[in-house]
Structures are given as C-alpha cells and as structure tokens.
Design a protein around this ligand. Structure first.
Ligand SMILES: C[S@@+](CC[C@H](N)C(=O)[O-])C[C@H]1O[C@@H](n2cnc3c(N)ncnc32)[C@H](O)[C@@H]1O
Length: 367
C-alpha cells in the first residue's frame, strides 16, 4: 500500500488523510446504515460499535474543509439520533501509534462529551479475540455489536470473522481488499496469509482462472465461506473512481433479516439505485446485476420459486435478499401486483389495509 500523505489541519495539532472518492462512498454507505440500524437497536439496548481498523480520524478533499473518519461518523450519529438512555460503547483499534494518537485527539476535539470510548493501540485480531475470550470466561453476554473491519491489506483471519459472527446479535461490515488479493494470488510468500483469509485452501485453484472469471470466482469463494458463518452475506463492489477496475468489496454479514434489508437499501440509496459503486464507468455487471430491477423478471422468479407454497413475507424475503439484486420494496411491490392480478393471496398479519404492500408476517400464497 502506498504511504498516505498526512495533511495538517490549520490551527490544530492533528492531521488528516486525503479523502478519495471511493472512501467517501464507503462512508456514505456506513453512515446510511448506522443512522437506521444503530438507532433501531439502541432504542432497547446499550450497544457496541467496534472500529477494528480505526484510522487517523479525519479526511480532506481540498485541505481546507475536513470530514470525519468512521469512528467519528458513528459517534456523531449516536449523539444526534441515539437513545441517550442507553449507551453506545465504542472500541477503536489501531495498530499504528501515530494514527491512534491522532484519532484520539480528533475524537476528543469533536466529541468531548463522548465518554464511553476506548482507544486500543494493538492489532485487530489479537484485541478482538482477547475481548471475546474475556467475555467467554466471565459468562457475560456481549451487547449487540457492530464490527467495522476496514483494513488496508488482506491480513484478516477467517476464523476471527467466524468467531465474531457466532456471538449473538453481532454483525460485520468488512472491506475485502479484492485488488490486493488478486495481485498476490501467485505470491508464494503470502500463501499462509491467504489460507487464513479464506479459511480454506481452494483459493489456490483460482490461480488458473482467466481474468474474466477470476473476480467472480474469488468473491464467490469468499462469500461461500462467509455463508457458513452468517445467514446473510452481501458483497457490494467498489471500483476505483477513475479506472475500470474493482478496488474492494464491502461485505455485510448479519444474522438479522431486517439488518440485511436495510443495508441493501442503503447501498442502493447511496449509489443511484445500483448495488455497487462503479466510479466513472457505468456499464459493468457485478455480483448483483447493476441494471436495476426489472419487474417482469421478478414476477417470473416469484411464480417459479414460490408457487403452490404458503410462506410469510419474511420467509420469501429471506430467500431472496442476499441471492438476488432485488430490494425489499421491489419484492413487496411485486407480490402486491401478483395479488392484484389474482395470482397470489395475502393474509394480512403485519400490514393493515388490503391495498398496502405486504410485510413481515403476512402470509403469502402464490398460485
Ligand atoms: C483503511 S484505514 C481505516 C479507515 C477508517 N476505518 C475510516 O474509515 O476512517 C486502515 C487503518 O488500519 C490500520 N491498521 C493496519 N493494520 C492493522 C491491524 N492489524 N490492526 C489494527 N489496525 C491496523 C492502519 O494503520 C490504518 O490506519
């Protein structure tokens, strides 16, 4: 990874990083999701936010105005919209001392009253495993927790992600550095690292793939591995702003259907309806098709996959949310249209009016 240039902030004793377009997109997605999900969860519980690769805290586009990094985004959202009767506890892990000191100084300058924050100067993997060890030993239960895993490289252990996801009500938003991974696929020095990243040895077979198939195969293998640990796994492609190439995938892992649906809608909301950020190019397909939703295709899918079955709306949604390009609102509109054409029945359990879109526990029968 090239060394980041440190940009000094006038009148302050801290610095910022250059704010690149793909990082802005990453923050938009994160912000959109946290604004909805942290707030929903925090209504009833104290919650935890782990910024596992905390960064330096601040970014700038023009060296004059400054934008917050991920820990400050989470703190701001909680201060503006969180239920203050509960706590948001934040843990910011950063292995580079200079970055951690900067992050802490920026954080205290922006959020002097935010007391429940721990800044840990250490490696993500060691820190998170130590926290989980302690919780296991003490028989305590971890409060619902969001882990933002945003490294520069690919030294991530699959086993640690699996361990996080085995804790009830934990979820992960993970940056899978695809471009670095594909460049090092044939590097013998990082074989162990790749084994740890994928949690298997099958990535070796991908070395023979042609470049067209390579991307889908790499992300497909990683997703299949993650699916063993998480009910819903959604990779969203992020390209270099100025090149027709993927830089990374942001992957959301959750065991909560509502969480998966909200994240998917957030990605579409921040990318003009697409489930990926394509930079200046607009013409490539992704893990999810980027062409937007085609109503007739969804109708055909619903009729093919669910006909003669009685299912709740949530069961249909759970089947489709991370395996197709459709959003919850697309699926509920399509079911309502089938109902209007007498191709489906809806028993209203969660929705009220006969004309409203079906939701949650409504029982759907597609003929
Ligand atoms: C992409 S930046 C994080 C940016 C931050 N999440 C944000 O959005 O504002 C990655 C950071 O992880 C730090 N880092 C690298 N390896 C690490 C490790 N093993 N554990 C914790 N931090 C690490 C780097 O020093 C760098 O500051």
């Amino acid at each position: 990874m090239p060394k980041e240039k440190l940009i000094s902030v006038p009148g302050k004793d801290y610095f910022a990083y250059k704010y690149r377009e793909h990082t802005q997109m990453k923050h938009k997605m994160l912000r959109c999701y946290l604004e909805k999900w942290l707030i929903i969860l925090g209504k009833y519980h104290s919650i935890n936010y782990f910024d596992c690769f905390g960064g330096c805290g601040l970014y700038t586009i023009d060296n004059k105005t400054f934008d917050p990094g991920s820990p400050l985004i989470a703190a701001q959202i909680w201060q503006d919209k969180g239920n203050q009767a509960n706590n948001l506890r934040m843990v910011c892990i950063e292995s580079k001392k200079k970055n951690l000191q900067n992050l802490e100084t920026v954080f205290n300058d922006y959020h002097p009253n935010f007391k429940k924050t721990w800044f840990v100067h250490d490696e993500f993997d060691r820190t998170v495993n130590a926290i989980l060890d302690n919780i296991e030993k003490s028989d305590k239960i971890l409060a619902p927790s969001f882990f933002f895993v945003d490294p520069f490289g690919f030294t991530l252990k699959y086993s640690t992600i699996v361990r996080i996801m085995s804790v009830e009500k934990s979820e992960v938003f993970l940056n899978f550095m695809y471009d670095s991974v594909q460049r090092h696929l044939t590097n013998p020095k990082v074989e162990n690292c790749m084994d740890e990243l994928f949690g298997c040895e099958q990535w070796r077979d991908i070395r023979k793939c042609t470049s067209v198939k390579k991307e889908q195969t790499i992300i497909g293998l990683y997703r299949d591995q993650l699916k063993k640990a998480s009910s819903f796994v959604m990779p969203f492609r992020v390209c270099y702003p100025d090149r027709k190439r993927t830089i990374y995938y942001l992957i959301h892992l959750t065991n909560n259907l509502k969480g998966a649906s909200i994240m998917k809608s957030c990605v579409a909301e921040t990318n003009n309806g697409l489930l990926s950020y394509l930079g200046k190019q607009k013409d490539q397909s992704t893990f999810f098709e980027t062409s937007g939703y085609i109503e007739e295709d969804l109708n055909t899918l619903l009729l093919k996959q669910f006909s003669s079955k009685k299912m709740t709306f949530n069961e249909i949604l759970a089947d489709l949310i991370d395996s197709t390009q459709y959003l919850e609102k697309d699926i509920s509109s399509a079911v309502l249209k089938l109902y209007a054409r007498n191709l489906a029945s809806i028993v209203r359990v969660s929705s009220k009016k006969p004309s409203s879109k079906p939701k949650e526990n409504d029982i759907i029968e597609i003929y």
